[in-house]
Each structure stands twice: as structure tokens, then as C-alpha cells.
Design a protein around this ligand. Structure first.
Ligand SMILES: *Cc1c(COP(=O)(O)O)cnc(C)c1O
Length: 732
């Protein structure tokens, strides 16, 4: 515990602060109210209030404001607020939150009014809203988090449904051999902004799902993300067997049986929970196949309540269902054998009045092929009238991948479109960049972040001012790297010299490249290590050195992924790479935020076309970093020759080895011939003018296009409104 209990000298001079006339208790309540709506997490001025209460504890507590406030008594909070002159900031933030929650002049009010009475229900197995709430593992979760934040900002009527994982995904650390170890930590429920959700009668809500092997129960939590309510189902309740109480404890843990039971809770439990709260969604949006059971439960409701046949109810539910697929890797799609499906969906199947073969057929490309397992993606595609991939290229790949579902159609006629992913700008934009944009952009730009006109103004910003802001951010990133790496060394019990070397490692004047993502092998984190001598020459060029920061987790069962991490982490023992390459442990939203805000260059080299979209590079754009990427996912449609750099020309050889070899060669060549010379080409003012021009072209052409505001507006126009309209036209 730091901070002082005595009134500071400053407080003696600002008695006026008390004239706002609120008691210490009321002040404390206001802070708690701010902490209990995740809206705070994308408001820099609110984040700064929490930080100013106790900067050291703020960092130690994973930026968790509830945990922080619990360390204060109202009196001590009041004293600290006086000392830091926080009263008016707290009052202002609190007022802004109330205004935000009550606003009626939103985009959604104008453009999506029809969803008001019957909102979108957005289902996802993970939500990455903030690092202190560990119910996400990576890109899919962060995308869901950004989606609901933008729905909140735009005022699109939407409720979200997910699972509450007590232990979340694992915490990563590397042992003395550089090998990944996983640690699971129980979340303190009282430290995160969860409330029990209540049913229509005001009672805490529990749902029950029958299976052939007995019922599974789940309670329902509620979390407030701006204007959006996020409901999280949790199997850790009395009445469940000890094993079932653990069902939702870990994200992507357990075997197939755990997985189907989690998905049962998410899809079927989720729809039941909404119904119990008298929420009647007009659209079901299934973000990835994990929640594809949801429409089955919606069909059952309709048959029961409206007396429809299975076929008619299915037609109506499909009309209101939107399905988004994210995975071009065949192994990435959940598949279950018939035994598991019958055990878990048997009772529902009885209620639907369909046979085992009919049900299995809904999850099969060839309904009568008894060898084929039940695939959640196939189910999602069959039960939705609108399906989409997450980038233009991924759209092509997905249509080809599932063409067998529509054997009589040509590829262009396969009914799977695409909406390219985007990121929530206020969550990923550095405060310093926000200030810079505020000085130069039109006054109302924060209300128009999806508007290309706004971002063109970046061309008028003074080169020196932009470069200086970027340099500040890069210096902050390097302080973060030093802090983390020296801590890692200490924990591994390394020598005092090693710890000391980490404390001073890396130089902000050196071209800094970041590579951070899941360590799935197709992402080829080791592509740049293909020719170590050539890499050493690049990094150690005395006139034009380069430094590389890696981060990322491998799935606990992914041995090749863990070996990749080990190989990279152990390069620090090679004198050619010590002090030039580093690995930051425990990649999460916080590490990502530091990296994307501070790097010069973001490297992405997946094996094309396996990256569905990718979003981390979009976060880099906002902050003035440049992308160097294979023409895959979002970059295939974003790159225009001037707004970043490309590796190769977007071709793939039939042989994987040959593709890897060519991509590595192209990567080295573009680094040696384009990237590095451009970065170090300075004019009389010491500025890399051509590089800065690329930063501006990147920001102006990409920031608005790859924002989640644009993405949610697209979903609303292209999917939600047609789905909801289709429903109402069929309803009396
Ligand atoms: C943005 C983000 C991702 C997604 O990055 P990709 O480019 O899709 O690999 C993954 N993890 C975290 C923590 C993120 O913030």
C-alpha cells in the first residue's frame, strides 16, 4: 500500500473543492458507479482518475478499479481526492456517464429504431473487454468486446451473451528453459463488475438444460458495457455435480464433452436466459460456431408458443439469425460425434419432434452420411439466412470451403458474404495520439470516427509534431518492455547482470518491430528466423540497427506452438541476438495496447490464406505505426502500395515449403531494401519524411475503414435490419 492518509499541503489551499458539497460516502459511491460500468475503460479521463488515486497499486491490480477502490475507505478516498484535486473530475465523469446512458440522439436511434423493441442478441464464447476481466483468449474475444463497445457507442439496441469463466484463459510464463508454463488463477468475483441477472419476477436467474444424462444448471450474471448489457452464464452453482460446476471454469479447456456442454450452456442456456428476463430478440447473431445451438432453442420456443411446425419455425428463426464464421482452418471448427450430440440434445430433439438422423443432418454437409460428425459451423450455416466471413479474401475462402452445402450453385452464388473486422478506436488509441488528433481534427471528430473526411485531416499535421508524439509512445513502450523483461529475468532467478541488462535494454532511436499474436503454427512466428545469419546482419547493422519484440501464447495442447516460443525466447542466449530480440510473457489486452501504441512496424506473416482477418495491425494504424504484412486477411484489401508494406504479391505456391521459402526471402528483401532505408533516411531536421508520409497515408486511408464502428454499421445495414425486417413482415 502506498499513498498517504494525512491531508496533504495542497489540500489546505483548495477548500473550494468541498463546495461541491458531497460527503465522502457519496464521492466513494460515484467512483464505484464509474467502476461498475466498463464504459470507464475507454474514457482516458476516467482511467486517469483511477490511476491518480494510486498509480502503483493501479498497475499492480491489473488496472482493476473495483479492486483498487476496495483498498480505500471513503475517508481515505476523500483525502486523496482533495490532495489530487479530483472532485470536479470525478463529478464531471459521473455526469458524462449519466448523459451517455440517457442519450437519445444516437446513430442507432436514427438508423436502427426497429431494433428498439426487439434487440440483437449477440452470442460469443469469449469477450475481451478489458484485461482485468479474463473471459477472452485472443482475437475472437477482443473482436466481440470491440463489437459490443461500438454497439454501445452507436446506440444499436443489442444485448450480449457469453460464459463466465472463473479461471479464464491461462496466465503464461516461461521457465528457465524458455518453455511455456500455464498458470490458472481464480477470479475474485467481487472484484469485477458482475451483478446477478434477475428474471421477470426479480429473482436471481438460473437456467436448467436437460440432457439424457441429467440436467445442467447455470446462473446468469450481468455486466454493463456502456449501454450494452452482457449476460454471462456460469455453471458453478449448487445442484450441479462437482464436475459440472467446473464446466465453465476455463476457456478452451477440457475435452469434447466439456466443450459440447459449454456450448449447450452458451447457446441453449443463453436463449432461455433472455426469455426468462422477458427479452425478445429480433435478431440472433452467432459470433462463430460455438453458439450455434441457440437457434434450435429459439425454434422450440416458437413451436411451443405459436403452434408452428418444426419446418415453419425453422424458417422463421433462420430468417432472424446471422452467423459469422472466423476460421479458414478445417481443424478450427468444432465437431462432435453422434453419441455426444444425442446425449446433450436428445431432450430438445424430442421437443422438436425430429429424429436423430434429422438432427444429425443439420450438422452435416451430407445429411445422410453417417460417417460425418456433427459440425457446429454447418449447423450455423444451415440455421441462418445471413452468413458472413470477416474479410473479402476470407469470404472467397469460406465460400469455397463450404461449397458442398450448395452443390447446385457456383462459387459466387454461395450465400456467404463478408464484413471485414474492425477495432474500437477509443480502446486502442493512445492518449497522446488522441490529444494530437484533438488539436488538428474537426471539433466533433470523436462523434465521427467512421468518417473518412475526418481522417484526411491527418495530412495537415506537422511532420515534426507527429514524429515526436510517436517517439514519446515508443519510449513508453520501451520502458514497459524493460520493466517486464527485468521482472521476467528476476522470476527465473537469473543473475543480477541479466536483470540489470534488461533494465536498460533497447534504444528508442532504433527501428522497433513488434510481432505478437497467438502462436499457432500457420502464423509462422519463426519466418523471420529462416536465415539467422541474414537476420543477425539486419539487426546489428551499426548504422541502421533493428530491434524485435515478440509476445504471444500457445494453446496449452499445442506442442509445436510452444516449441516456437521456446526457440524465440532462447535467442537471448545467442550473443548475436541478445539485446536485439526479446519476448514479453503473458500477452493480453494490456501488453497488446502497449505494443500497438509504440512500435514503428508491426510484422504479420501468416501462411496465406489462413488469416481470416487479423485485427492487431488495425490497432497499430490508429497510433501511427506501419504494417508489414503478407497480403492476407484485412491487409489484402487494405494495402494500396503507399500505406504500409507488403511481403510478396499475394501468391501461394502449392508446396508449403516453397511458399515459406519465398515468403521469407520476400520478407528479408522488403526489410533490407525498403523498410530500413526509409526509416533511417533523415533530412536536415532529423525527420524521416518519406516514412512519416506513409504514417499519414496509413492513418488517413485505414483508420476509419477498419474501425468497429464501421463494422457494426455494416452489420446493422446488411444483416440486422434485413433479419429483423424479415421477421416482422412474417409476424401479424
Ligand atoms: C487484438 C488482439 C488480438 C488479435 O490479433 P490478431 O492480429 O488477430 O492476431 C489477439 N490478442 C489480443 C490480446 C489482442 O488485443
Amino acid at each position: 500500500m502506498s499513498s498517504t492518509q494525512q491531508p496533504s499541503v495542497a489540500s489546505a489551499h483548495v477548500p473550494a473543492s468541498r463546495t461541491e458539497g458531497i460527503s465522502a460516502e457519496a464521492l466513494y459511491e460515484k467512483c464505484m458507479a464509474l467502476a461498475r460500468n466498463l464504459w470507464w475503460s475507454w474514457q482516458p479521463d476516467v482511467v486517469n482518475i483511477f490511476r491518480d488515486l494510486d498509480p502503483i497499486r493501479w498497475r499492480q491490480l491489473d488496472h482493476n478499479p473495483i479492486a483498487l477502490l476496495k483498498e480505500f475507505t471513503p475517508e481515505r478516498l476523500d483525502a486523496r481526492a482533495q490532495e489530487m484535486v479530483l472532485y470536479s473530475r470525478i463529478n464531471y465523469a459521473y455526469r458524462r456517464l449519466q448523459e451517455y446512458l440517457n442519450a437519445t440522439n444516437t446513430w442507432g436511434r436514427t438508423h436502427a429504431g426497429v431494433l428498439g423493441a426487439r434487440p440483437v442478441a449477440y452470442f460469443s464464447a469469449e469477450f475481451g473487454v478489458h484485461e482485468s476481466i479474463t473471459i477472452y483468449s485472443g482475437g475472437l474475444g477482443v473482436l466481440s468486446g470491440d463489437h459490443i463497445k461500438s454497439a454501445s457507442e452507436l446506440g444499436v439496441p443489442l444485448v450480449a451473451v457469453g460464459l463466465f469463466y472463473h479461471q479464464g484463459y491461462f496466465k503464461q510464463y516461461l521457465d528457465e528453459h524458455g518453455y511455456q508454463r500455464e498458470e490458472y488463477v481464480d477470479t475474485l468475483v467481487e472484484n469485477i463488475p458482475l451483478e446477478p441477472a434477475r428474471d421477470a419476477k426479480g429473482e436471481p436467474l438460473t437456467v436448467t438444460i436437460d440432457t439424457r444424462s441429467g440436467p445442467i444448471r447455470a446462473k446468469v450474471w450481468q455486466m454493463q458495457v456502456g449501454r450494452v448489457r452482457l449476460f454471462l452464464l456460469d455453471s458453478n452453482v449448487e445442484g450441479n455435480s462437482p464436475e459440472d460446476r467446473e464446466l465453465t471454469s476455463r476457456l478452451y479447456g477440457g475435452d469434447h464433452r466439456t466443450r459440447i456442454r459449454q456450448e449447450l450452456i452458451l447457446g441453449i442456456g443463453g436463449v432461455r436466459a433472455l426469455r426468462a428476463m422477458d427479452l425478445f430478440p429480433g435478431v440472433l447473431h452467432l459470433n462463430e460456431g460455438h453458439s450455434a445451438f441457440a437457434p434450435l432453442e429459439a425454434i422450440r420456443e416458437r413451436m411451443f408458443e405459436d403452434g408452428l411446425s418444426f419446418e415453419e419455425a425453422m424458417r422463421q428463426v433462420a430468417q432472424m439469425t446471422v452467423f459469422t464464421t472466423h476460421t479458414p482452418v478445417p481443424a478450427g471448427h468444432d465437431r462432435f460425434d453422434g453419441g455426444l450430440v444425442e446425449e446433450h440434445l436428445g431432450p430438445l430433439r424430442d421437443a422438436l419432434g425430429i429424429s436423430y438422423d434429422q438432427l444429425m443432418g443439420l450438422g452435416r454437409v451430407e445429411p445422410t452420411n453417417h460417417e460425418e460428425p456433427f459440425c457446429m459451423t454447418v449447423l450455423g450455416l444451415k440455421l441462418s439466412r445471413k452468413a458472413n466471413a470477416v474479410s473479402a479474401l476470407h469470404g472467397h475462402v469460406t465460400r469455397r470451403m463450404w461449397a458442398a452445402l450448395w452443390p447446385w450453385r457456383s462459387e459466387e452464388e454461395i450465400p456467404i458474404g463478408h464484413i471485414t473486422n474492425g477495432v474500437h478506436i477509443p480502446s486502442w488509441l493512445a492518449w497522446q495520439m488522441l490529444q494530437l488528433y484533438d488539436r488538428h481534427f474537426p471539433a466533433d471528430w470523436q462523434q465521427r470516427m467512421g468518417d473518412p473526411e475526418v481522417w484526411r485531416t491527418v495530412q495537415e499535421i506537422d511532420d515534426g509534431e507527429l514524429w515526436e508524439t510517436h517517439f514519446t509512445l515508443k519510449s513508453l513502450l520501451l520502458s514497459f518492455v524493460r520493466r517486464r523483461v527485468s521482472r521476467q529475468c528476476r522470476r527465473r532467478g537469473e543473475s543480477e547482470e541479466a536483470v540489470e541488462a534488461a533494465r536498460t535494454m533497447f534504444d528508442p532511436h532504433v527501428l522497433t518491430i513488434g510481432f505478437a499474436r497467438r502462436f499457432a503454427t500457420y502464423k509462422r512466428a519463426d519466418l523471420i528466423l529462416t536465415d539467422l545469419d541474414r537476420l543477425a546482419a539486419i539487426l546489428n547493422n551499426p548504422q541502421r540497427p533493428v530491434q524485435l519484440i515478440f509476445a504471444g501464447k500457445a494453446h496449452p495442447a499445442d506442442e509445436p506452438g510452444k516449441q516456437l516460443i521456446q526457440r524465440i525466447a532462447n535467442l537471448r542466449h545467442d550473443p548475436r541476438f541478445a539485446g536485439r530480440i526479446t519476448f514479453i510473457e503473458d500477452y493480453d489486452i494490456n501488453v497488446c495496447r502497449h505494443l500497438v501504441q509504440g512500435v514503428d512496424l508491426w510484422l504479420n506473416n501468416p501462411r496465406r490464406p489462413l488469416e481470416a482477418s487479423g485485427t492487431s495491425g488495425q490497432k497499430v494504424v490508429l497510433n501511427g505505426g506501419l504494417n508489414l504484412s503478407v497480403l492476407d486477411g484485412w491487409w489484402a484489401e487494405a494495402y494500396d502500395g503507399r500505406n504500409g508494406f507488403a511481403i510478396g504479391r499475394g501468391t501461394t505456391h502449392v508446396s508449403e515449403e516453397e511458399t515459406d521459402r519465398r515468403d521469407a526471402e520476400n520478407l528479408y528483401r522488403v526489410l533490407e531494401q525498403e523498410v530500413i532505408p526509409m526509416f533511417y533516411q533523415r533530412d536536415r531536421d532529423g525527420l524521416p519524411r518519406e516514412w512519416i508520409q506513409r504514417m499519414k497515408d496509413s492513418i488517413s486511408t485505414l483508420a476509419w475503414r477498419f474501425s468497429s464502428d464501421r463494422m457494426v454499421m455494416d452489420y446493422t445495414r446488411l444483416c440486422y435490419l434485413p433479419a429483423a425486417g424479415g421477421l416482422s413482415s412474417q409476424m401479424p
